[in-house]
Design a protein around this ligand. Sequence first.
Ligand code: MN
Length: 206
Amino acid sequence: MFEKYELPYAFDALEPVIDALTMETHSTKHHAAYTNALNAAMENAPFDEGACIYCVMKGLDKVEDDALRNTLRNNGGGYFNHNLYFSILSPNAKAAPEGELAEKIDATFGSLDALKEAVNKAGATRFGSGWAWLSVTPDGDLVVSSSPNQDNPVIEGTGNEPILGIDVWEHAYYLKYKNLRPKYLEEIWKVIDWAAVEAKYAEAVK
Ligand code: MN
């Protein structure tokens, strides 16, 4: 049974960057729906009881039934992606990374601003719904990418571990930003907590 990630901050805590109604709907409707649909699908899926979300995302090929596999892909991805997204947002966000992650970002992208620009471009140019990612490759390098729908680098079989994910589905920003996805992407960095991303980076390179 997968448990929905419960926000450790109030729905209005990320105002004015993300409005309270968007956060409430996102967590209690969208994310709840992904979690519930994942749990329902798991009842018919060829995974051990208590299988981790990685086991599901990496093991989709084991699911022979097309409809069940798609359900697990969409809702397992939705479950994992939103857990990551909500857990790296904070009203007390650390504004910039330090230490090894900061050094790696500078070495890879040139600067933190250049990384943000690359992530924003990945998100802004994703046609339709999807995600923008910063991930760690199996060699420990950093890479920016985007995925359609509720896919992610794990489901895509890249071997990369996402440490930062930005939801670019309209439900993540439309109430406040309307059609201006690039504006949402520009603003969201104010509530991305680099302390949380640093912890995920440390875990990924361990
Ligand atoms: Mn979402």
